[in-house]
Design a protein around this ligand. Structure first.
Ligand SMILES: [Zn+2]
Ligand SMILES: [Zn+2]
Length: 295
Protein backbone atom coordinates (compact mmCIF):
# COMPACT_ATOMS: atom_id res chain seq x y z
CA UNK A 1 0.00 0.00 0.00
CA UNK A 2 0.99 3.60 -0.51
CA UNK A 3 1.06 6.83 1.46
CA UNK A 4 -0.94 9.83 0.24
CA UNK A 5 2.34 11.23 -1.13
CA UNK A 6 2.78 8.20 -3.40
CA UNK A 7 5.68 6.60 -1.51
CA UNK A 8 5.55 3.07 -0.19
CA UNK A 9 3.80 2.86 3.18
CA UNK A 10 5.64 1.56 6.29
CA UNK A 11 2.62 1.69 8.55
CA UNK A 12 -1.11 1.09 8.40
CA UNK A 13 -2.84 3.22 11.00
CA UNK A 14 -6.02 1.23 11.34
CA UNK A 15 -7.88 3.57 13.70
CA UNK A 16 -7.48 6.40 11.18
CA UNK A 17 -7.76 4.33 8.04
CA UNK A 18 -4.46 5.74 6.71
CA UNK A 19 -1.24 4.38 5.22
CA UNK A 20 1.94 6.29 5.96
CA UNK A 21 5.43 6.36 4.43
CA UNK A 22 8.45 6.69 6.72
CA UNK A 23 8.63 10.45 6.43
CA UNK A 24 4.93 11.07 6.98
CA UNK A 25 4.78 8.56 9.82
CA UNK A 26 7.60 10.34 11.69
CA UNK A 27 5.98 13.71 11.03
CA UNK A 28 2.62 12.51 12.33
CA UNK A 29 4.16 11.24 15.58
CA UNK A 30 6.05 14.47 16.16
CA UNK A 31 3.01 16.57 15.33
CA UNK A 32 0.93 14.72 17.90
CA UNK A 33 3.62 14.90 20.59
CA UNK A 34 4.01 18.64 20.01
CA UNK A 35 0.27 19.07 20.24
CA UNK A 36 0.28 17.30 23.62
CA UNK A 37 3.28 19.34 24.79
CA UNK A 38 1.46 22.60 24.07
CA UNK A 39 -1.20 21.67 26.61
CA UNK A 40 1.42 21.85 29.36
CA UNK A 41 2.20 25.45 28.52
CA UNK A 42 6.00 25.35 28.63
CA UNK A 43 7.47 28.78 29.27
CA UNK A 44 10.66 30.27 27.89
CA UNK A 45 12.76 29.55 30.91
CA UNK A 46 12.52 25.80 31.32
CA UNK A 47 14.98 23.19 32.40
CA UNK A 48 13.66 19.74 31.58
CA UNK A 49 14.74 16.51 33.23
CA UNK A 50 14.11 13.68 30.76
CA UNK A 51 13.55 10.38 32.55
CA UNK A 52 15.64 7.91 30.54
CA UNK A 53 15.61 4.19 31.30
CA UNK A 54 17.24 3.22 28.01
CA UNK A 55 14.12 1.33 26.88
CA UNK A 56 12.46 2.12 23.57
CA UNK A 57 9.94 4.65 24.87
CA UNK A 58 12.30 6.84 26.85
CA UNK A 59 15.04 6.62 24.20
CA UNK A 60 12.51 7.76 21.59
CA UNK A 61 11.47 10.55 23.97
CA UNK A 62 15.01 11.82 24.40
CA UNK A 63 15.55 11.70 20.65
CA UNK A 64 12.34 13.68 20.07
CA UNK A 65 13.05 16.30 22.75
CA UNK A 66 16.55 16.77 21.39
CA UNK A 67 15.24 17.23 17.85
CA UNK A 68 12.61 19.70 19.01
CA UNK A 69 14.52 21.79 21.55
CA UNK A 70 18.18 21.42 20.66
CA UNK A 71 18.41 24.92 19.24
CA UNK A 72 15.65 26.56 21.23
CA UNK A 73 16.75 29.34 23.51
CA UNK A 74 15.32 29.26 27.01
CA UNK A 75 14.74 25.51 27.00
CA UNK A 76 17.50 23.46 28.51
CA UNK A 77 17.36 19.71 29.13
CA UNK A 78 19.31 16.78 30.50
CA UNK A 79 18.77 13.02 30.88
CA UNK A 80 18.13 11.38 34.23
CA UNK A 81 18.51 7.63 34.72
CA UNK A 82 17.73 5.48 37.74
CA UNK A 83 19.64 2.25 38.17
CA UNK A 84 17.31 0.03 40.20
CA UNK A 85 19.80 -2.82 40.22
CA UNK A 86 18.19 -5.52 38.09
CA UNK A 87 20.94 -7.86 36.96
CA UNK A 88 20.93 -8.84 33.30
CA UNK A 89 18.35 -6.23 32.43
CA UNK A 90 18.95 -2.70 33.71
CA UNK A 91 22.72 -2.89 33.23
CA UNK A 92 22.14 -3.37 29.50
CA UNK A 93 19.60 -0.58 29.15
CA UNK A 94 21.89 1.79 31.05
CA UNK A 95 24.59 1.06 28.51
CA UNK A 96 22.15 1.97 25.72
CA UNK A 97 21.12 5.12 27.61
CA UNK A 98 24.75 6.19 27.95
CA UNK A 99 25.46 5.57 24.28
CA UNK A 100 22.42 7.55 23.18
CA UNK A 101 23.37 10.52 25.37
CA UNK A 102 26.92 10.46 24.03
CA UNK A 103 25.69 10.25 20.46
CA UNK A 104 23.31 13.19 20.92
CA UNK A 105 25.65 15.16 23.19
CA UNK A 106 23.26 15.36 26.13
CA UNK A 107 24.25 15.65 29.80
CA UNK A 108 23.43 12.44 31.62
CA UNK A 109 22.98 11.81 35.35
CA UNK A 110 22.65 8.31 36.82
CA UNK A 111 21.52 7.53 40.37
CA UNK A 112 21.08 4.09 41.89
CA UNK A 113 18.92 2.39 44.50
CA UNK A 114 22.08 0.86 45.92
CA UNK A 115 23.65 4.23 46.71
CA UNK A 116 20.43 5.85 47.76
CA UNK A 117 18.79 3.05 49.79
CA UNK A 118 21.67 0.66 50.42
CA UNK A 119 20.18 -2.21 48.43
CA UNK A 120 19.59 -3.06 44.78
CA UNK A 121 16.06 -4.05 43.77
CA UNK A 122 17.28 -7.64 43.30
CA UNK A 123 18.55 -7.71 46.91
CA UNK A 124 15.47 -5.98 48.27
CA UNK A 125 12.89 -8.36 46.80
CA UNK A 126 14.82 -11.61 46.98
CA UNK A 127 12.12 -13.29 49.06
CA UNK A 128 9.15 -11.39 47.68
CA UNK A 129 9.59 -11.18 43.95
CA UNK A 130 5.86 -10.80 43.38
CA UNK A 131 6.03 -7.31 44.94
CA UNK A 132 8.97 -6.13 42.88
CA UNK A 133 6.94 -3.73 40.70
CA UNK A 134 5.58 -1.94 43.77
CA UNK A 135 8.98 -1.61 45.47
CA UNK A 136 10.55 -0.51 42.22
CA UNK A 137 7.91 1.96 41.06
CA UNK A 138 7.55 3.70 44.40
CA UNK A 139 11.27 4.24 44.89
CA UNK A 140 11.95 5.16 41.26
CA UNK A 141 9.31 7.91 41.27
CA UNK A 142 10.60 9.23 44.61
CA UNK A 143 14.18 9.32 43.37
CA UNK A 144 13.33 10.82 39.98
CA UNK A 145 11.39 13.63 41.62
CA UNK A 146 14.07 14.35 44.22
CA UNK A 147 16.99 14.31 41.80
CA UNK A 148 15.17 16.27 39.10
CA UNK A 149 14.44 18.97 41.67
CA UNK A 150 17.97 18.97 43.09
CA UNK A 151 19.34 19.35 39.56
CA UNK A 152 17.17 22.40 39.08
CA UNK A 153 14.57 20.95 36.72
CA UNK A 154 11.35 22.88 36.22
CA UNK A 155 9.63 19.74 34.80
CA UNK A 156 10.13 16.04 34.74
CA UNK A 157 9.41 14.64 31.28
CA UNK A 158 8.43 10.97 31.13
CA UNK A 159 7.79 8.63 28.20
CA UNK A 160 4.39 7.28 29.26
CA UNK A 161 2.44 6.36 26.14
CA UNK A 162 -1.25 5.86 25.43
CA UNK A 163 -1.13 2.20 26.48
CA UNK A 164 0.45 3.07 29.85
CA UNK A 165 -2.16 5.74 30.49
CA UNK A 166 -5.11 3.51 29.62
CA UNK A 167 -3.70 0.65 31.71
CA UNK A 168 -3.50 2.97 34.69
CA UNK A 169 -7.06 4.18 34.24
CA UNK A 170 -8.39 0.61 34.03
CA UNK A 171 -6.35 -0.45 37.07
CA UNK A 172 -7.54 2.50 39.16
CA UNK A 173 -11.08 1.62 38.10
CA UNK A 174 -10.69 -2.07 38.96
CA UNK A 175 -9.22 -1.24 42.36
CA UNK A 176 -11.84 1.42 42.99
CA UNK A 177 -9.16 4.02 43.56
CA UNK A 178 -11.20 7.12 42.69
CA UNK A 179 -8.79 9.58 44.18
CA UNK A 180 -5.99 8.29 42.01
CA UNK A 181 -8.24 8.24 38.99
CA UNK A 182 -9.08 11.90 39.54
CA UNK A 183 -5.41 12.83 39.84
CA UNK A 184 -4.40 11.14 36.62
CA UNK A 185 -5.08 14.02 34.29
CA UNK A 186 -4.34 17.04 36.38
CA UNK A 187 -1.30 19.09 35.61
CA UNK A 188 -1.39 21.18 38.75
CA UNK A 189 1.59 21.23 41.04
CA UNK A 190 0.39 19.64 44.25
CA UNK A 191 3.34 20.30 46.52
CA UNK A 192 6.20 22.77 46.41
CA UNK A 193 8.73 19.94 46.23
CA UNK A 194 6.83 18.09 43.52
CA UNK A 195 8.31 18.57 40.06
CA UNK A 196 5.56 18.97 37.52
CA UNK A 197 5.24 15.99 35.14
CA UNK A 198 5.07 16.25 31.38
CA UNK A 199 4.13 13.31 29.14
CA UNK A 200 4.47 14.20 25.46
CA UNK A 201 3.68 10.64 24.28
CA UNK A 202 0.57 10.03 26.33
CA UNK A 203 -1.71 10.15 23.29
CA UNK A 204 0.43 7.90 21.10
CA UNK A 205 0.04 4.09 21.06
CA UNK A 206 3.02 2.07 22.27
CA UNK A 207 3.56 0.25 18.96
CA UNK A 208 3.84 3.59 17.13
CA UNK A 209 6.52 4.77 19.56
CA UNK A 210 8.35 1.50 18.93
CA UNK A 211 8.21 2.08 15.18
CA UNK A 212 9.29 5.72 15.62
CA UNK A 213 12.34 4.50 17.55
CA UNK A 214 13.13 1.88 14.93
CA UNK A 215 12.79 4.27 11.97
CA UNK A 216 15.12 6.73 13.68
CA UNK A 217 17.83 4.13 14.18
CA UNK A 218 17.57 4.04 17.96
CA UNK A 219 19.09 0.93 19.49
CA UNK A 220 16.49 -1.12 21.29
CA UNK A 221 16.85 -3.55 24.15
CA UNK A 222 15.59 -7.06 23.45
CA UNK A 223 15.41 -8.25 27.05
CA UNK A 224 12.23 -7.80 29.05
CA UNK A 225 12.24 -6.89 32.72
CA UNK A 226 12.40 -10.16 34.71
CA UNK A 227 9.85 -8.80 37.20
CA UNK A 228 7.26 -7.83 34.58
CA UNK A 229 4.11 -9.54 35.73
CA UNK A 230 0.96 -8.88 37.70
CA UNK A 231 -2.22 -6.98 37.02
CA UNK A 232 -0.76 -4.35 34.67
CA UNK A 233 0.45 -7.01 32.28
CA UNK A 234 -2.89 -8.83 32.23
CA UNK A 235 -4.64 -5.52 31.52
CA UNK A 236 -2.09 -4.74 28.81
CA UNK A 237 -2.76 -8.04 27.04
CA UNK A 238 -6.49 -7.57 27.36
CA UNK A 239 -6.33 -4.06 25.85
CA UNK A 240 -4.23 -5.27 22.93
CA UNK A 241 -6.72 -8.01 22.16
CA UNK A 242 -9.55 -5.53 22.40
CA UNK A 243 -7.77 -3.12 20.05
CA UNK A 244 -7.39 -5.92 17.47
CA UNK A 245 -11.10 -6.54 17.66
CA UNK A 246 -12.13 -2.91 17.62
CA UNK A 247 -9.52 -0.40 16.51
CA UNK A 248 -9.49 2.93 18.29
CA UNK A 249 -10.73 1.46 21.56
CA UNK A 250 -7.59 2.60 23.43
CA UNK A 251 -8.25 6.20 22.42
CA UNK A 252 -11.86 6.01 23.47
CA UNK A 253 -10.89 4.41 26.80
CA UNK A 254 -8.35 7.20 27.31
CA UNK A 255 -10.89 9.94 26.61
CA UNK A 256 -13.40 8.29 28.90
CA UNK A 257 -10.74 8.27 31.60
CA UNK A 258 -10.16 11.99 31.16
CA UNK A 259 -13.89 12.72 31.40
CA UNK A 260 -14.39 10.52 34.45
CA UNK A 261 -11.40 12.05 36.19
CA UNK A 262 -12.82 15.55 35.70
CA UNK A 263 -16.19 14.56 37.08
CA UNK A 264 -14.65 12.80 40.07
CA UNK A 265 -12.30 15.69 40.76
CA UNK A 266 -15.23 18.08 41.18
CA UNK A 267 -16.94 15.70 43.62
CA UNK A 268 -14.01 14.72 45.78
CA UNK A 269 -12.87 17.03 48.50
CA UNK A 270 -9.41 18.35 47.65
CA UNK A 271 -6.77 16.06 48.96
CA UNK A 272 -3.70 17.85 50.17
CA UNK A 273 -0.23 16.52 49.72
CA UNK A 274 1.80 16.22 52.90
CA UNK A 275 5.51 16.52 53.44
CA UNK A 276 6.68 13.09 54.58
CA UNK A 277 7.57 13.19 58.28
CA UNK A 278 10.75 11.21 57.62
CA UNK A 279 12.18 12.44 54.32
CA UNK A 280 10.20 15.66 53.77
CA UNK A 281 9.36 14.65 50.20
CA UNK A 282 5.79 15.10 48.89
CA UNK A 283 3.45 12.32 49.94
CA UNK A 284 -0.27 11.48 50.01
CA UNK A 285 0.18 10.08 53.52
CA UNK A 286 2.01 11.35 56.62
CA UNK A 287 4.85 8.91 55.89
CA UNK A 288 5.61 8.34 52.23
CA UNK A 289 5.58 4.92 50.58
CA UNK A 290 9.30 5.03 49.89
CA UNK A 291 10.14 5.55 53.56
CA UNK A 292 7.66 2.86 54.49
CA UNK A 293 9.09 0.27 52.09
CA UNK A 294 12.75 1.21 51.78
CA UNK A 295 14.04 3.36 54.62
ZN1 LIG B 1 4.18 10.00 2.57
ZN1 LIG C 1 9.44 9.76 53.09
Amino acid sequence: MFCKCGKKAVYHRKYEGTYLCKEHFIKSIERRAKHTLRKYGLGNNERLAIALSGGKDSSALLFFINKLFRNVRGIDFFALTIDEGIAGYRDKSILLAKRLCERLGIRHYIFSFKEEFGLTLDEKVKDRREYACTYCGVARRWLLNKKARELGATRLVTAHNLDDEVQSVIMDYLRGDLSRLSRAYKYAVMHKLFVQRVKPFKEIPEREIALYALLNGIEIQEEKCPYARGMRFVVKKFLNELEEESSGIKFSAYRTGVKISRVIATHLSKKVMYSCAKCNEPSVNRICKTCELWR
